[in-house]
Structure formats: structure tokens, C-alpha cells
Write a protein that binds this ligand. Structure first.
Ligand SMILES: [Zn+2]
Length: 186
């Protein structure tokens, strides 16, 4: 039994698991490495009410293999600075750092084999997890910020890759996923 997360996307089950086995998926033509549990792709959205940021200021593709998620008020002002971000699934924090392009960022390797990154936190104090931490969808990852070259305002740059990349090198259409496929909210 496998699940359909987004009604517009076909998730193809390649190998039928027994009850809790390993199965493989193809999502829009790219395979997901493994699923130790069939609900591993039943991801939780990273923003929660009342801090629910669901607007995209930049979408996936054309060299930007991620989504940029923001929140504007009715006057068009960006109000998501400091919004709390939570883990989208079960996994482990494998890296955190501050670079000129990313600001403070966190990398989580999910149990399903995919690696996700949360970019542009402003300070070390905005990062709520440490390398080696186990995370679940209730784990508070950090606060939205705008640190990093090219960031023009507070937003979460969230990306998903299948080659364990922490640094953003060699991101391409073939080794990343459009995060919109995983969340009905955006
Ligand atoms: Zn971005």
C-alpha cells in the first residue's frame, strides 16, 4: 500500500513491499532511493499555523532547483522573518554551516534516502538542531532569515536532492526534485 501525496503527480510503485519492507518509487521520472516504511513520503509541511508561509517567490527550475517560500501580508510586505521551520520527515541532521551564498543552513538526510536543505537562516542562534540529531516532523529546525548572497528578503530556500549533496554543487534537474510535488500546501 503506497500513498499519493499530490493528486497531480503519479507515484509509481516499483516493488510491492510486504508490510514494512523496502520499496522504490519513481517520481516524475526520477527514482527515490529506498523507502524503509511505506509512509516515508507522507511528508509534513515545514510551516505550521499561525506561521504558515505558502507563497513561492521563486519556483523550481532554470538553475534554481528549489522553492523559495515566503509570506506576504495584505499590503505586500514580507512578514516571514523568524517564522519557525519544522522537519518535513524522519531522518538525521547531517550538516550545518554558514556560507556566503547560503547563510546558515541545515541539511537533513531523510530515512527515505532523500536529502533536504533549509537555507538562509540569519545567525547560529536561528539554527535549532545539531549535526547528528535525529529529527521527526515535530522537530523545530530553525527560523526563517535572509542571510546569503542573492537573498533579497526573508524566505526559506528549500531543496531536495537524491545524491547526498550538502553544498549545492552539481544540483541539476536529474538529481533534484521539485518540492511542490511533495506538498499540497504550495
Ligand atoms: Zn532559492
Amino acid at each position: 500500500m503506497c500513498y499519493f501525496l499530490n493528486p497531480n503527480v503519479t507515484y509509481t510503485l516499483l516493488l510491492t513491499p510486504l508490510v514494512f519492507g523496502t520499496c522504490s518509487f519513481v517520481i516524475n521520472g526520477k527514482s527515490v532511493p529506498s523507502l524503509s516504511y511505506v509512509d516515508d513520503l507522507n511528508w509534513s509541511y515545514m510551516f505550521r499555523n499561525p506561521q504558515l508561509a505558502t507563497t513561492l517567490s521563486n519556483t523550481y527550475g532554470n538553475g534554481h532547483y528549489a522553492v523559495d517560500i515566503v509570506k506576504y501580508n495584505s499590503n505586500g510586505n514580507n512578514i516571514c522573518n523568524g517564522y519557525k521551520m519544522y522537519s518535513v520527515g524522519r531522518g538525521k541532521v547531517v550538516y550545518k554551516d554558514n556560507t556566503s551564498s547560503t547563510g546558515w543552513y541545515v541539511v537533513v538526510k531523510l530515512d527515505c534516502g532523500l536529502t533536504v536543505r533549509y537555507l538562509h537562516m540569519d545567525t547560529q542562534n536561528d539554527v535549532m538542531v545539531n549535526i547528528g540529531d535525529t529529527v521527526t516532523p515535530s522537530t523545530y529546525i530553525g527560523n526563517v532569515g535572509s542571510l546569503g548572497a542573492g537573498s533579497t528578503g526573508p524566505h526559506l530556500h528549500f531543496d531536495i536532492n537524491n545524491f547526498d549533496s550538502y553544498y549545492g554543487n552539481n544540483f541539476s534537474a536529474s538529481n533534484t526534485y521539485n518540492p511542490q510535488l511533495f506538498f499540497d500546501e504550495i
